[in-house]
Design a protein around this ligand. Structure first.
Ligand code: AN7
Length: 371
């Protein structure tokens, strides 16, 4: 996949007598599709070019000769799709001489914002819901040197506050209301079409603030209008049952789910998401925490793919919509974040055998192995 992209890339870059020996990051790879200019300093960790992996066990489970792929965006530099948006948002912030950025976050945005802000030599303030950010994400924000303010309130509260702060103080907001975020994130749709040579029939994706689904739709449409794909996918958006404002079409005051990344009750990109649903002839449904965990375990134990619970909602939703899948279709499930982000969830939710306190003897080890 990366090789394919590199081939395309070197073709494009060869035209300009420039060659890259490795993937340069998504801004340089897709520069003509992005709002950058010669003065934009490119702040990158070589994000993008993530694998599109066929999921044999899900193919079998759905049947109908379908091909299901995971767009494994948890393999970005900070372990989530946020890096696609952040390379753009931070590069543009730097171009505009900004010295500090701010975001509210359920965890991944803060990790990504912190990494890119520091690479761009900026301060990074993050507001998080106290007690509801997975350990791996918190660890990242700390290591990247963010200034972390854990508030007594949920993500929606935190977002309201940072929006006000960004209006009144010299800090740039890097949540997905920042239009450069979606510009960067749309490149995932380009990569999928570059790999499959056409858009998939369905794109299955978890929704929190619904920035990512809006970004994918923008990317698919841009390639479609340029004639690079002959079709557009149906956009299938999934939310956790206790946190499903876009499915229920109302704000949820106290959202709850094991998938803390998408524990969001008042999505800022609500209007955009409604348009995506309508224009793509898609479907938004909710999945229970149990369905999320089942998909999470299936991906880990049958496919060797460790994603975070919010990401598994894309596969859980596909399984739930199985009867609507059309024969011979191609389906991409977006795995938005890496499983290592949430080790507590992993340790509590698996069917593996774990025996401790074993004597260090060959006989006893062999016996415990069942020999
Ligand atoms: C793994 O980090 O909102 O629908 O503050 O971390 O674009 O909001 C994260 C969202 C899906 C939902 N999967 O994406 C944050 C944050 C993972 C995520 C989503 C998030 P959007």
């Amino acid at each position: 996949m990366v090789n394919q992209l590199l081939q395309k890339l070197s073709k494009k870059i060869n035209n300009k007598n420039k060659t890259f020996k490795q993937w340069p990051g998504l801004i340089q790879a897709y520069e003509k599709w992005l709002p950058i200019n010669k003065n934009t300093p490119i702040i990158t960790l070589q994000e993008g070019a993530t694998p599109l992996i066929e999921l044999e066990s899900i193919n079998k489970l759905i049947g109908k000769n379908v091909k299901v792929y995971a767009k494994y965006d948890g393999l970005n530099p900070t372990g989530s799709f946020k890096d696609r948006g952040m390379t753009m948002a931070i590069s543009k912030a730097k171009e505009n001489n900004c010295e500090a950025v701010i975001c509210a976050s359920t965890g991944n945005t803060s990790a990504s914002a912190a990494a890119y802000a520091k690479r761009g030599n900026m301060r990074c303030y993050v507001l998080i819901p106290d007690g509801y950010v997975a350990q791996g994400k918190l660890a990242q924000a700390l290591v990247y040197g963010a200034e972390i303010l854990a508030i007594k309130g949920n993500f929606d509260k935190a977002l309201k506050i940072v929006q006000e702060i960004a209006k009144n103080y010299p800090v740039t907001l890097v949540n997905s209301v920042n239009p450069y975020r979606l510009q960067g994130q749309k490149t995932a749709a380009f990569e999928i079409i570059d790999s499959l040579n056409e858009a998939p029939d369905w794109l299955c994706i978890p929704m929190g603030n619904a920035g990512n689904i809006s970004a994918y739709w923008m990317g698919f449409n841009e390639y479609y209008k340029a004639g690079i794909s002959k079709k557009l996918p149906k956009m299938m958006g999934f939310q956790a049952k206790g946190s499903a404002p876009l499915v229920l079409n109302k704000t949820i005051e106290n959202p709850e789910t094991i998938a803390t990344a998408i524990r969001i009750g008042n999505p800022v990109n609500r209007e955009k998401a409604i348009e995506v649903n309508k224009n793509s002839n898609g479907k938004f449904i909710s999945v229970t925490d149990e369905e999320i965990i089942n998909a999470y375990k299936l991906l880990g134990s049958k496919e060797g793919i460790f994603c975070e619970p919010a990401s598994a909602a894309s596969v859980a939703g596909l399984i739930k919509l199985k009867e609507y899948v059309v024969e011979n279709s191609k389906i991409v499930c977006v795995l938005t974040g890496n499983g290592l982000k949430d080790p507590d969830c992993a340790i509590k939710n698996n069917d593996s055998i774990f025996k401790s306190g074993i004597d260090p003897s060959i006989e006893i080890v062999a016996k415990n192995m069942g020999f």
